[in-house]
Design a binder for this molecule. Structure first.
Ligand SMILES: [Zn+2]
Length: 257
């Protein structure tokens, strides 16, 4: 199974759930300094299974002080060689309401893009109430750097999926597709080679949103739609996850990063 976006900071939880990921991987994203350190520790414990994302969540952009921001990016630079991706970054207009706040969020996103470009890392993006803006920013990032970008929990707009997929963006579907027909339809429209699965665990959102096991149900439902056996479909997801993590411009495409 592949979980392309979750927040797991409790190693015991992960140990319990690891059987699910025997043939897969987990992208463990962070949102602040504390979660970054925990994710790094987790990846050391589970090499080859846990992949670490470093970033400051966009929700923090309007409250963080410039000093704290510099401290965060200084630490990110220090640990850059231990990161597999940059995330969870993006835009969140629930927390940025005024033009000034949105501008602040935009410049924080750009700072993450610059960091990712410098260290040749893919990005993992959040886009609440800012779907189009994040798709456009991700397309720009992809075309200027050649690096991969994933729009996480992105099953709200088939039109934007089509637009982003044309530029090679990855999209991940979460447990919301288990109970919302429109989200499921949107997930089905993601081109197979750009599709990933996720839980966003432990965020409690829907029936399966807070559970790691939900990724199995999500995978089964999409496998059925694509008329593939579960094991066949899992291989596709695993290959996609590898492609997403790899630097497309590197000499050994598809190699684990
Ligand atoms: Zn998240």
């Amino acid at each position: 199974m592949i979980d392309a976006h979750c927040h797991l900071y409790d190693a015991a939880d992960v140990a319990q759930q690891m059987y699910l990921y025997e043939r897969g991987g987990v992208a463990c994203v962070s949102e602040d300094l504390t979660s970054l350190e925990r994710s790094l520790a987790l990846a050391e414990q589970w090499p080859g299974v846990i992949y670490v994302g470093g970033a400051l969540h966009p929700a923090h952009s309007v409250t963080i002080t410039p000093l704290e921001l510099d401290k965060f990016f200084a630490r990110l630079e220090e640990v850059h060689s231990r990161l597999d991706l940059v995330g969870e970054s993006g835009l969140d207009y629930k927390y940025a309401v005024t033009p000034e706040q949105r501008q602040l969020q935009g410049s924080l996103l750009q700072r993450h893009f610059d960091f990712a470009a410098r260290h040749r890392l893919p990005v993992n993006l959040h886009s609440r109430r800012a779907e189009r803006a994040v798709v456009e920013a991700a397309l720009e990032f992809r075309s200027t750097t050649g690096l991969n970008a994933l729009l996480h929990w992105f099953t709200s707009s088939r039109k934007l999926i089509r637009h982003g997929a044309a530029g090679g963006l990855f999209f991940s579907a979460g447990p919301v597709i288990l109970e919302d027909e429109n989200s499921f339809r949107a997930a089905c429209s993601i081109p197979l080679e750009l599709l990933l699965t996720e839980t966003d665990a432990p965020v409690p959102f829907t029936r399966g949103g807070g559970r790691l096991e939900a990724v199995k149900e999500v995978t089964e439902k999409l496998a059925l739609y694509h008329e593939m056996s579960l094991s066949e479909f899992e291989l596709v997801l695993r290959d996609n996850f590898r492609s997403y993590l790899a630097d497309p411009a590197a000499d050994t495409p598809g190699a684990e990063s």
